[in-house]
Design a protein around this ligand. Structure first.
Ligand SMILES: Nc1nc2c(ncn2[C@@H]2O[C@H](COP(=O)(O)OP(=O)(O)OP(=O)(O)O)[C@@H](O)[C@H]2O)c(=O)[nH]1
Ligand SMILES: [Mg+2]
Length: 408
């Protein structure tokens, strides 16, 4: 099901969007294509020899070397057996090396041929076996690791791709790369859809005022994301109040006020150094008194290792009981962002994430990994520095860009 998306401007840093991820994937696509090409050419070789022998002959689909061996074997057998598998065979000639022929005349020749034939082409189709995928899977694993996809997520993607490719019949088409792409696309969609939450539906159905708290490390884009989400909600006719809960960093209250003024929103604030829990509590009371729909609360940036600030965060959560605790981090931080999300989530369970600066992210690993690792949905992606540069997270949108099928 396609949902409406906010359009992103195309003029801002979008060129680099996941460019490295796409580049790295080409190794996987090439490895799979060349493996398929190898199988196809082997099959064609066999098909070329097919006319030589009658249907029903066990030699009809053998590679040249096996075929000769089998013919030799059959000829040798003709001398001893009344029935023959090669009805068109000319009167039996003595084998050139009778001893060798006798040794080779074992059922294993035919069985190994049958095994091989199984993996070859029937009616323009190819069946890939697990061993065919060793090289392509290695290339895929490397691509995912180099794109900062977290290890358990990379392993899951590889499992998905493998189970999709192994054993199933694939039509041989002109574009073998499409097989690789489709399979990876499905795997990514499966993984990214796992923790999906429809933010719009949540806001629509949740009792008002809805309290949303934004947390994360310094400078990742919390305050900017609050302003973007405020505008996003206002566009859907919701009323919004901002809470200046970052009482720690100099200038943080003023920064939120600038956004409040631009958007025409009430900003509830105390003085710098005040108690953030009290500010946010006041903003909630204000929203209740004025029938506002949503409170968006800013907080100071903090590292999970800062015990005092993490205690403060727990206190804010205890006092204000947010409906959504949103972890904000920047996509460009890659594995670090994913690890920080995991640690925040362990300290105070989050409800979802926003990944900012996706517009500058060439790798894509954090966007692929963060929901899987935290078990909580990605709600939005930040794709630039202005208010409209916010995309509601949709697995299809992200996969289209990761796979290079759409430009941001
Ligand atoms: N390119 C880009 N820049 C962004 C995005 N989101 C935020 N920024 C920029 O990141 C910088 C920091 O943003 P803030 O919103 O102040 O970050 P913060 O997390 O509130 O920072 P602290 O309050 O200091 O912890 C600003 O220059 C923003 O313009 C984004 O999606 N893309
Ligand atoms: Mg801030």
């Amino acid at each position: 099901m396609k949902r409406a998306l906010i359009r992103i401007s195309t003029d801002r840093g979008a060129k680099g969007l996941f460019s490295r991820f796409k580049e790295k994937l080409s190794g996987f696509k090439e490895a799979l294509s060349s493996k398929i090409a190898e199988k196809v050419s082997l099959a064609e070789k066999i098909a070329g020899k097919k006319d030589d022998k009658e249907i029903g002959s066990p030699t009809e689909a053998l590679p040249a070397a096996d075929k000769n061996a089998a013919l030799e074997t059959s000829s040798a057998s003709n001398a001893n057996l009344s029935s023959t598998t090669l009805s068109s065979a000319s009167p039996a000639k003595p084998p050139l090396f009778p001893e060798k022929a006798a040794t080779d005349n074992k059922p294993k020749n035919r069985f190994s041929f049958l095994e091989k034939a199984k993996s070859l082409i029937f009616e323009q189709e190819i069946i890939l076996e697990e061993k065919d995928l060793e090289e392509p899977m290695w290339a895929l694993e490397m691509a995912l690791m180099e794109s900062d996809v977290a290890l358990p997520v990379a392993e899951e993607i590889i499992r998905e791709v493998k189970s999709d490719l192994v054993g199933k019949k694939r039509k041989i088409g002109a574009n073998t790369g499409a097989i690789a792409e489709q399979s990876l696309r499905n795997a990514l969609l499966t993984i990214l859809s796992r923790n999906y939450l429809d933010f719009d539906e949540y806001i629509k159905t949740k009792e008002k005022p809805i309290k949303i708290l934004f947390v994360g490390v310094n400078g990742t884009g919390k305050t900017t994301s609050i302003a973007k989400v405020a505008r996003y909600l206002m566009n859907q006719s919701y009323s919004v109040v901002l809470a200046a809960g970052d009482t720690f960093r100099a200038g943080a209250i003023e920064q939120l006020e600038v956004h409040g003024n631009s958007l025409g929103l009430k900003v509830v604030k105390h003085k710098t150094g005040g108690d953030p829990a009290a500010v946010i509590f006041d903003a909630i009371e204000y929203a209740k008194a004025h029938n506002k729909d949503v409170v968006l609360a800013d907080t100071a940036g903090r590292l999970h290792t800062n015990i005092n600030l993490m205690d403060q965060m727990r206190k804010i959560v205890r006092v204000t009981k947010p409906d959504l605790l949103i972890f904000v981090d920047e996509a460009i931080a890659g594995n670090d962002a994913v690890e920080r999300a995991r640690l925040f989530n362990e300290s105070v369970p989050i409800d979802g994430s926003i990944l900012t600066k996706t517009d500058a992210d060439a790798k894509g690993g954090s966007a692929i990994s963060i929901a899987y690792i935290t078990g909580k949905p990605v709600l939005f992606l930040g794709v630039g520095q202005t208010y409209p540069d916010l995309v509601k997270f949709e697995p299809e949108w992200l996969v289209d860009r990761l796979m290079g099928e759409a430009e941001a």
